[in-house]
Structures are given as structure tokens and as C-alpha cells.
Design a protein around this ligand. Structure first.
Ligand code: GLN
Length: 466
């Protein structure tokens, strides 16, 4: 199976390249890049680790598959001693006191972190323009946005500045930028990978997600990061996904798609026709295809934003300049909190904090927050029933193509609606993978909870079919 990780591993083992030269090459590409993907470079650490890998190779010791493989980290993950800014003014000078579990597992496997990557501040956005480090530019057309919120991570992979990157997906932030930049991006089943050390946006849907250039690389990284973690009580133990188990589509019989996603007025006509053409190709291979009913996308978007805003308002309340963040002093403690937060949070983040506190406030919470929770249960039930009838759900990643830089900032509501096809699967906590095929912004493959293996299996099949 095609794998960038395996190719580089072989080159290292065969001494065709040294790890130091590989890391140096990627670091200079990152340094010189004009797509604004870098918040901070981890050059000293990366070169130190590369030298150790080279020493191991020189001694003829066996090299693990991920040893010496350079990767990027969205700037919302703790990596002890490095800046973790969440692309925000508030945490511009914040240094991680500890390392996130998912990142630690990659370090233990020998992968080399190169960069903390640009993203929408605190994960708030769909374009990676809501950042103090400058808008991330799309890898294919730099006049367009890189997608978000993990825009820097997807662009780095697409441009080969990193071999893989670790993004974070709360409502689509790995899948949508992967689609906008023509690479693979996985949101695993919620709880498969520990969130410990991932800065919390909306805790009930936050997922650690790998971005890479092949299904095989996604499989390798997913296996390394997965597992139960006592520091995140929502994690569960999962089995390793074996390469041979995903090499064909055996056992997958019925594919479903949501009729109303495709019949919506909001979908770009080319994305629609390309999606339907992909469905025909799947049918031609002998799969049964079933049209499914689902909630209207504006209901999905409003349910997601109601809950995400409530959770982020609560999670960000700790950022008041006392324990974390750039503190601005004023005449008393209350005023100091107020000025610290109003000066240091972005407009988009403040919009969400205000919205979230409204949703949670006395007199409104029953009508808004509890209704949101009830709708979420109904959405999950809908999925459960769907997966009694189909093995896989296929959907476009986005209703439209990436906007020009500047457009999303002018119209936040339009930006929220552009998440129409990703947020439902987040609310359902389902494994969903973006593949760079089928439509201009890719396709999403979704399976039932804990069935991440099936998603990768079907992705492998589609890569030779579409
Ligand atoms: N665009 C969505 C939002 O702004 C999703 C972001 C994410 O997954 N972090 O909430």
C-alpha cells in the first residue's frame, strides 16, 4: 500500500538520506513558506532528535516505522516547553507545562515534531483567518483560504512541509481543510484518542485527528495515538487496525447518502453532480445504494453551534489572565479580568463566549441548551437507525468550494453554514474520513461508532474506484 511514512523509513534504513538532512530540508521549507502555516518552529528540538536517529542508524540498530518521521502539530496541543498559543493574543507567550498524550505517543514512537501550526484561534472558525499569525493560504490556490480550523496542518501536509500533521476536529476542523487542500483527514470515533493536552474547545465533540497523504499513513498514525488514557475518562480501549484488514472492501454491502444534503439549494452544482457521479461508480461496482432521510442542515448547524458555543464559553472561562494568559491590570480584579479578556480574545471568540453564556443563562438554558441536547440525542438515534440499514454513509465534505481570503470574516453566519455536512457526524461522535477524491473538496466516509476500521477499508477501495 502506498505510504509516505514507509518510503521515508526505507530511505533512512538504506542510508539513502540522513534524518538530519531530511529534518533540515523540511525546516527550511517551513521557514520560507508564504502560506502562513507556521506559528513556531521547533528547530532545536527537531535537530537534536534527528541526530539521535542518525546515531542509531550508524550503529546499525533497528529503526521503528515512525522513528525520524517529521510531523506538524496544530498549535492547540501541549508539548512541554514549547509555545502553545491557540493562535490567540491571550496565549501568545504561553509555554506548555506538559505534553498531550497523543503527541507523547508519537514522540515515544520516535516521530520528530517540527512545527506548531497556524489555525483559527481556539479552533473557532472554518477558514484559518481568525488568527494573530495571518490568514493561512490554500495549498492549491493561495488566493483562497486554507480551510479551518486546522488550516496550517492541512496545507503543510499538502505542500510536503510535514509528512503528516495532527489537527483537532470539533465540528469538521480536520476534515474540511483536508478537503480544501486535497489530502486525507480523519476524525476518529470520539474517545478513541485521548484529548488530554488538547486545548478544550467543545469537550463533547473534540477529537484528535491525523492529516496525511495516504490511507496507510492515517492507519499507522491512528494506531499509535489510540488507546485508553486515565487522564481522559472518555477514552476507550480499541484494537489495532491491521493493514491486511483494510486492503479490500469485503463485507461492505450497502452505502447510504443523505438525500437532503444533495437536494439542498446551498450545494454548489458541480459538487452535486460530481457527488452523484461518484455514487454511480460505487453502484457500478455492485454495492447497494440507499437514499437516507436526515435532519435539515440548518438544524444540524444550529444544534452544533448552540452546544459548541455553550461548551467553549465554559471552557474558556479559565482564561482570565490569572493562571494563564497575558494579564492586563486595571483598577480592580473584576476590571482586570474584563480588560484582559476583551483585549486579548478575537471578535469571533468573543461572539462565541457571549453566545454560549446566553445559551447557558438562567431563563434561556431550558429553551436553548436543553433543546440542543435533545436534538443531539435525536440525531444520534437517527444515525443508529441508519446503520441498521447501511454499512457506510458517503457525503460531500462541504457544500461549496473554498472562499477567497477575506470573505468569511465579513459573513460569520455564512461561515457557520459552510459546516453543514461535517457537524452532524461530530454530534454523533462517529468516525469520518475525508478523502481527496470524488468532488473538488473531497468526500466523507462515515461508519458507525468504533468502526474506524471500516472507514479506512472503504477509503482504500474508493482510491482505486473513483
Ligand atoms: N468550523 C467549526 C467551528 O468553528 C468547526 C471547528 C473545529 O472543528 N474546531 O466551530
Amino acid at each position: 500500500m502506498k505510504s509516505q511514512i514507509r518510503t521515508i523509513h526505507q530511505q533512512l534504513v538504506n542510508k539513502e538520506i540522513t534524518c538530519t538532512s531530511l529534518v533540515q530540508e523540511k525546516l527550511s521549507l517551513l521557514k520560507e513558506n508564504t502560506n502562513n502555516t507556521v506559528n513556531s518552529l521547533l528547530d532545536t528540538l527537531a535537530l537534536e532528535l534527528a541526530a539521535k536517529v542518525d546515531a542509531k542508524i550508524a550503529k546499525g540498530e533497528t529503526l521503528g516505522l515512525l522513528e525520524g518521521i517529521p510531523f506538524g502539530i496544530k498549535d492547540v496541543y501541549m508539548l512541554q516547553g514549547t509555545y502553545t498559543t491557540a493562535s490567540s493574543n491571550l496565549l501568545k507567550n504561553y509555554k506548555s507545562a506538559y505534553t498531550a498524550t497523543a503527541i507523547q505517543k508519537l514522540l515515544d514512537a520516535g516521530a520528530i515534531p517540527l512545527v506548531k501550526e497556524n489555525c483559527d484561534s481556539f479552533g473557532h472558525g472554518s477558514s484559518s483567518e481568525n488568527t494573530i499569525f495571518g490568514a493561512v493560504k490554500n495549498a492549491i490556490n493561495p488566493d483562497l483560504v486554507g480551510g479551518g480550523s486546522s488550516g496550517g496542518s492541512a496545507v503543510n501536509v499538502a505542500k510536503d512541509y510535514t509528512v503528516f500533521s495532527i489537527g483537532g476536529d470539533t465540528g469538521g476542523s480536520v476534515r474540511q481543510p483536508a478537503g480544501y487542500n486535497h489530502v486525507y483527514g480523519l476524525k476518529p470515533t470520539y474517545g478513541r484518542i485521548s484529548r488530554y493536552g488538547l486545548m478544550a474547545y467543545a469537550s463533547s465533540t473534540d477529537c484528535v485527528g491525523p492529516i496525511a497523504k495516504s490511507v496507510e499513513d492515517i492507519r499507522i498514525i491512528l494506531n499509535v495515538m489510540s488507546g485508553k488514557d486515565t487522564k481522559d475518562q472518555t477514552t476507550y480501549a480499541s484494537e489495532e487496525i491491521k493493514e491486511e484488514n483494510i486492503s479490500n472492501a469485503n463485507g461492505i454491502k450497502t452505502i447510504g447518502y443523505f438525500k437532503n444534503f444533495i437536494e439542498s439549494d446551498a450545494i454548489n452544482s458541480k459538487i452535486k453532480s460530481d457527488f452523484l457521479a461518484s455514487i454511480e461508480k460505487v453502484k457500478a461496482k455492485g454495492f447497494k445504494v440507499k437514499e437516507l432521510d436526515f435532519f435539515k442542515s440548518d438544524i444540524l448547524v444550529s444544534t452544533y453551534y448552540t452546544l459548541a458555543m455553550a461548551e467553549t464559553a465554559s471552557n474558556l472561562s479559565r482564561l482570565d489572565g490569572s493562571n494563564y494568559g497575558n494579564r492586563i491590570e486595571d483598577k480592580n480584579l473584576k476590571e482586570s479580568y474584563a480588560i484582559t479578556r476583551s483585549e486579548n480574545f478575537s471578535e469571533e471568540t468573543k461572539r462565541r463566549i457571549v453566545g454560549g453564556n446566553q445559551v447557558l443563562s438562567q431563563g434561556f438554558s431550558d429553551e436553548i441548551y436543553l433543546k440542543g441536547l435533545a436534538l443531539r440525542d435525536a440525531i444520534s438515534e437517527n444515525f443508529e437507525n441508519d446503520f441498521k440499514e447501511v454499512d457506510i454513509i458517503l457525503s460531500p465534505v462541504t457544500p461549496s468550494t473554498p472562499p477567497k481570503i477575506g470573505d468569511s470574516l465579513k459573513d460569520p453566519h455564512a461561515m457557520y453554514l459552510s459546516d453543514a455536512y461535517t457537524v452532524g457526524f461530530s454530534l454523533g461522535q462517529l468516525p469520518t474520513l475525508t478523502i481527496p477524491q470524488g468532488t473538488e473538496t473531497g468526500l466523507q466516509i462515515t461508519a458507525s461508532k468504533n468502526n474506524d476500521e471500516l472507514v479506512l477499508k472503504f477509503a482504500n477501495f474508493l482510491k482505486d474506484t473513483i
